[in-house]
Design a protein around this ligand. Structure first.
Ligand code: HEM
Length: 439
């Protein structure tokens, strides 16, 4: 009763066909696009013995992940990630602790001014700091700018400031680049195999693969965890006045205040507010908030470098809006339709999550005459959805104007996912893309 798809073999399912299609089309998005054209916007691919249902259009994605949202809240957790987090955090977590931490994170972001002037200031301060460091470096050494590092450091600093109150400056930027390099090395080798095999098998037979993933994540955890533990110690010792926390300046402040409130309640309050929870939430926000945004910015930068005419049109729009005499602000967004359309087009083609995270349905889901029984893995395949020509004409063309010709099209663009597990950092990322890309 599952939606159609290629015929699976026993044990390996469709893995061999998927690998072949990805090789032939030069990427997994092309493979999924091939199956979409052959079987429709909902198709089944068996990863070994497990069926995965892949959705590649907005209407069906909305039907399943919004209208039937409660049935597919849980994420399929990779054994190695679950082993690392112990079920805590946001990305590789399910159940009550995840739900509480997600609610808390969105509330904390609001308290910290995400989406508004406070967040704008953090981003612009970072951009100013980064540019003056670059100016200094260039005047001293005559060295060329490396854009990848520029974006990594800028985005890394914005998220680090929001979470633990510190930017990466001349003295600390090498620490950041080391953590980043280790993580990049681990993602480069990480594949479907690591994602699915039991931890014991990885540990015993492929220890170097296990260590690479483990160490990369442990490094991030140590970095953010250290800041949180130090803050708590200073609070407990009285070195930090708890009244200062009435005006929280970062995520750790908001969390520690809440943790204290819970602990002071009769019976010990909500146990989800623990230091371990805090560390893994910080870990996930730091991890998810860094590469995604920096890569999108870098891709945008490259697209504009080869489309000077688009760049020029944006410049003219910005000059008009700012009278060429002040920096761009988030409040300018309604008056910069062409810039907004360009960012949307950059995100459409950036395909940040080639294969989206899987959800597991807890109840039967009916769609277009098919039936997906509980336990199947389902997801909206964002990369393939964004190149679906039923929604995006000439999908391979970089054409910001498509969003101006059809103003409703923007609603079908879902780079931050859809439903109850969609991105919690969407507002932060949108602010960064708007203020950093071109201003
Ligand atoms: C351009 C930048 C970004 C893109 C394209 C992006 C995209 C996504 C997508 C597609 C998902 C998964 C949705 C799903 O499962 O259906 C996700 C989840 C998530 N993102 Fe982002 N993201 C970005 C930036 C950020 C930032 C800046 C943060 C943090 C500050 C962040 C934190 C997270 C977290 C914690 C989750 C997991 C949410 C949960 O499972 O409840 N992301 N993101």
């Amino acid at each position: 009763k599952l939606p159609p798809g290629p015929t699976p073999l026993p044990v390996i399912g469709n893995i061999h066909q998927l690998v072949y299609r990805a090789w032939k089309g030069k990427g997994i998005v092309a493979a999924l696009d091939f199956y979409r054209k052959k079987y429709g916007n909902a198709f089944t691919v068996w990863l070994g013995p497990i069926p995965t249902v892949n959705i590649t259009n907005f209407v069906t994605a909305y039907e399943i992940f919004v209208k039937n949202g409660k049935k597919c809240v849980d994420r399929q957790l990779a054994p190695i990630f679950e082993h690392h987090t112990g079920g805590l955090g946001l990305l590789s977590a399910n159940g009550e602790n995840w739900a509480e931490m997600r609610r808390f994170t969105l509330l904390a972001f609001r308290k910290l001014g995400v989406g508004g002037a406070q967040m704008e200031k953090r981003i612009m301060d970072e951009l100013d700091g980064r540019c003056s460091e670059l100016n200094q470096e260039i005047s001293q050494t005559g060295r060329a700018i490396v854009p990848v590092q520029f974006f990594d450091l800028t985005v890394g600093s914005v998220i680090n400031t929001l979470l633990v109150g510190k930017r990466f400056d001349e003295n600390t930027k090498d620490d950041f680049l080391k953590i980043k390099k280790l993580f990049d090395d681990s993602t480069e080798t990480f594949n479907l195999f690591d994602l699915n095999v039991p931890v014991w098998l990885l540990k015993w037979f492929f220890p170097w693969r296990y260590n690479l993933t483990w160490n990369a994540r442990q490094n991030i955890l140590n970095h953010v965890g250290k800041e949180a533990v130090e803050r708590l110690e200073r609070l407990d010792s009285g070195e930090l006045d708890s009244r200062e926390q009435e005006e929280p300046k970062d995520f750790v402040d908001v969390f520690l205040k809440k943790m204290k409130e819970e602990r002071e309640k009769d019976g010990g309050g909500d146990k989800n507010y623990s230091m371990s929870s805090l560390k893994f939430v910080l870990h996930d926000l730091w991890l998810a908030g860094q590469g995604t945004t920096a890569t999108t910015l870098y891709i945008g930068f490259m697209r504009l470098a080869v489309h000077q005419e688009i760049m020029q049109r944006i410049r003219e729009e910005l000059w008009k809006v700012t009278q060429n005499s002040r920096p761009l602000t988030l409040q300018d967004r309604p008056n910069t339709p062409y810039l907004n359309a360009t960012i949307a087009e950059i995100q459409r083609l950036a395909s940040i999550l080639n294969v989206n995270f899987w959800r597991i349905n807890s109840e039967t889901i009916h769609l277009d005459g098919y039936e997906v029984a509980p336990g199947a893995m389902m997801t909206a395949q964002l990369g393939a959805l964004h190149v679906n020509e039923e929604m995006f004409e000439n999908p391979e063309k970089f054409d910001p104007e498509r969003f101006l010709r059809d103003e409703k099209l923007i609603q079908q663009l879902i780079p931050f996912g859809i439903g109850k597990r969609s991105c919690v950092g969407e507002q932060i990322a949108r602010s960064e893309l708007y203020l950093l890309d071109l201003s």
